[in-house]
Design a protein around this ligand. Sequence first.
Ligand code: 5GP
Ligand code: ZN
Length: 112
Amino acid sequence: MEDCIFCKIIKKEISSDIVFEDNNLIAFRDINPQTEQHILIVPKKHIANVTDLGSDDTLNKIYNATKQIAKEQGFLDSGYRVVVNYGRHACQTVFHVHFHLMGGEQMSGRMG
Ligand code: 5GP
Ligand code: ZN
């Protein structure tokens, strides 16, 4: 996808603060962090929405990366939140599926 911002980050055409990368996934710090630690975990394959995931083991890989990154970044024990925005009501803005990994501070109990 030529005009996808996350594809450009994956191809290193746009710089980002990468915290994890393997053959399938990349994770980098959100440019507009909502919490002390705010990392986006992104499959390298261009998949627009979380609703298009499922038939392969990408979700499992993301799950494992989530724990690994939280451990490496020092917030596994204090806890974290994983958020996926899909569609209009959730205010999705980038249409290349990504998981927000948020932590490093006390968050509100309210999520809506
Ligand atoms: P969404 O609203 O689609 O769930 O989240 C998109 C996220 O991508 C936002 O939190 C936004 O700050 C982040 N973002 C958008 N463009 C860039 C960028 O060029 N670099 C980085 N690191 N994050 C971005
Ligand atoms: Zn893309």
